[in-house]
Design a protein around this ligand. Structure first.
Ligand code: TPP
Length: 328
């Protein structure tokens, strides 16, 4: 059961200002992750990080269709999910640096960020865990008119979570948007090698959940699909699966140089970089080069200030952590 892209877009049509804001948000995510990469190489970020560079149009496009108090959950590749919804960049980078000003007081690190003020019920290192969390938030969302979004990867569609959660959401008509970021790879593994049948959307159809496949590098196509799905959810019509086809520019995590990808594949995808496409669209919409340049400059300057502030912040006092953490 698919939903055609001819379905009417709910809500008002985007204006040039919206396009500029969306571009700025994607640029913020890209530059944030590149900064994180540099901070990791300098030894400031511990453990590992999973960068989402290349996939920015998915969370930003979905967020354009959400209200500020809607819920969402992300993966370990969650910097973009959080920044798209409004998490403060300074608090997010401070979290990556383990500082007390971090959004979780420096306790979560890169993979497990929570920011309830912006509806982020959690980022999950367990593949598919985001779906279960979004179902929980969806049960609440059903009672207060909100929607709940789960971001997850193509690999997660082979987890039991995917099947249980789609079934459960359909049976209870929960207002949940399942947003699969199909970046063609799991951990070192091509999606086609591990996905029986090769198609993700048809799996949703098996549970009676409508699905759409969209160009995940086109922020406005993602927004339109999310707007339709959110409208159905708010109307009590239940869940939707959106498969956003995209590509990650880096390897799976910091220990993966992504040598397994065929020669030329990354370059081909970079020609369809979501930021390059959005910038070209802005010019087509009549936004001037100087307006775009001003936004780019402001975004970079604000991010630099945020990082400087985060680096100057203190580490949490270990004594103050007593009783706040779970140990088996
Ligand atoms: C339940 C579980 N199984 C295995 C892993 C190890 N693992 C971490 S990421 C990953 C690949 C997931 O791929 P995908 O869902 O496509 O997301 P992507 O990393 O491409 O964004 C795997 C197998 C895990 N973290 N959790």
């Amino acid at each position: 059961m698919s939903v055609t892209t001819e379905a009417p877009t709910e809500g008002r049509a985007p204006e040039p200002r919206d396009f500029l804001d969306a571009y700025a948000r994607m640029l913020l995510i890209r530059e944030f992750e590149q900064s994180l990469h540099r901070l990791f190489l300098k030894g400031e970020v511990h453990g590992t990080t999973h960068l989402s560079a290349g996939q920015e149009a998915v969370p930003v496009g979905v967020n354009l269709a959400l209200e500020p108090d809607d819920y969402f959950s992300g993966t370990y590749r969650g910097h973009g999910h959080a920044l798209a919804k409004g998490t403060d960049p300074e608090a997010l980078v401070a979290e990556m640096l383990g500082r007390e000003t971090g959004v979780c007081g420096g306790r979560s690190g890169s993979m497990n960020v929570v920011d309830l003020d912006h509806g982020l019920v959690g980022c999950f290192g367990i593949v598919g865990g985001s779906m279960a969390a979004a179902i929980g938030a969806g049960l609440t969302a059903r009672t207060n008119g909100r929607v709940s979004v789960a971001f997850f990867g193509d690999g997660a569609t082979n987890q039991a979570y995917f099947h249980e959660c789609l079934n459960f959401a359909r049976v209870l008509d929960l207002p949940v948007l399942f947003v699969c970021e199909n970046n063609l790879y799991g951990e070192f593994t091509p999606m086609k090698a591990v996905t029986g049948g090769g198609e993700i959307g048809v799996r949703a159809a098996a549970y009676g959940v409508p699905f759409e496949v969209v160009d995940g590098n086109d922020v406005w196509m993602v927004e339109e699909a999310a707007r339709r799905a959110a409208a159905r959810a708010r109307a009590g019509e239940g869940p939707t699966l959106i498969e956003a086809q995209t590509y990650r520019h880096y390897g799976h995590s910091k220990s993966d140089p992504a040598k397994y990808r065929p020669d030329g594949e990354l370059d081909q995808w970079k020609q369809r970089d979501p930021l390059v496409g959005a910038r070209a669209r802005l010019l087509e919409e009549g936004v001037s080069e100087s307006d775009i340049a001003a936004v780019e400059e402001r975004t970079r300057a604000e991010l630099k200030q945020a990082i400087d502030n985060a680096l100057a912040a203190d580490y949490p006092d270990p004594a103050a952590r007593a009783g706040t953490e779970f140990a088996p």
